[in-house]
Design a protein around this ligand. Structure first.
Ligand code: NAI
Length: 253
């Protein structure tokens, strides 16, 4: 059942981590939330938490890099939850390796999930925003966009997200739609835990090392990112567009 007065947000990669925290926050802000991730069953925990807090949410399984799955997912969300006018392109993966060891498939996977994925989901969703002459798009970039050893693929994708965002801001602005990017630094999630495991460092030690380099002397949490996304998705942020906000406890990381 859709409720005409309630805005609908679509958050990709929302089964866990930053996406889950963002979905919960947008629901707390009063939006209905489509929780999209690769496996519909994996979205259950985020949906249950939203519903338990009195909100509306829908679990949707889709690979953001697959055009047919994205199209079907967005149509289902519009039919079952309402027209999505807030979009958070958050789904992401790492395939880190030094350039000389990076496989073509590791390059392609990262490009496909981040760039092709954000392109496909945004293209399928923008028509609902254009129809309503209102929309908010927030794309996940990263401090890695500035360059990071072992992440030629990821850094290129995350820098690409910034160019994509600025172009969306220009093309969609006349329809009352803003587009911004958030660029987190070190955020404690399964993704950073997997990085610690890959380099063979205990996750607590890994965080301690990161903390020493961060001006505010702590690592980030998914809620740090969700808070900034909440601002950018809000009614009052309508004159902020095409920007990149670093969420890194300092100027970059
Ligand atoms: P995570 O690995 O905990 O969660 C990512 C989610 O995306 C997972 O639930 C995964 O199943 C989903 N996903 C992956 N490929 C997908 C696909 N093809 N279609 C649909 N869903 C897919 O990662 P985390 O840390 O929550 O990251 C979220 C976003 O924030 C990513 O874009 C990441 O690159 C970005 N980011 C994370 C930082 C960190 O320190 N954790 C720092 C900067 C950016």
């Amino acid at each position: 059942m859709s409720d005409e007065s309630q805005r609908v947000a679509l958050v990709t990669g929302a089964a866990r981590g930053i996406g889950a925290a963002t979905a919960l926050r947008l629901a707390a802000d009063g939006l209905a939330v489509a929780v999209v991730d690769l496996d519909e069953a994996a979205c259950a925990s985020t949906v249950e938490q939203i519903v338990a807090a009195g909100g509306r949410a829908l679990a949707v399984g889709a690979d953001v890099a697959d055009q047919a799955q994205v199209q079907a997912a967005v149509e289902r969300i519009a039919a079952e939850l309402g027209a999505p006018t807030v979009l958070v392109n958050n789904a992401g993966v790492l395939r880190d390796n030094l350039l000389f060891k990076m496989s073509v498939s590791d390059w392609d996977t990262v490009m496909n999930v981040h760039l092709r994925g954000a392109f496909l989901v945004t293209q399928a969703t923008q028509k609902y925003m254009v129809e309503q002459k209102w929309g908010r798009i927030v794309n996940l970039s990263s401090t890695s966009a500035l360059g990071n050893r072992g992440q030629a693929n990821y850094a290129a994708a995350k820098a690409g997200m910034q160019g994509f965002t600025k172009t969306l801001a220009i093309e969609l602005g006349p329809f009352g739609i803003t587009a911004n990017a958030v660029a987190p630094g070190f955020i404690v999630t399964d993704m950073t835990a997997a990085t610690a495991a890959r380099v063979g460092v205990d996750f607590e030690e890994f965080q301690k090392h990161a903390t020493a380099q961060i001006p505010v002397r702590r690592v980030g949490t998914p809620d740090d990112v969700a808070h900034t996304v909440s601002f950018l998705a809000s009614e009052g942020a309508g004159f902020v567009s095409g920007q990149v906000i670093y969420i890194a406890g300092g100027p970059r990381d």
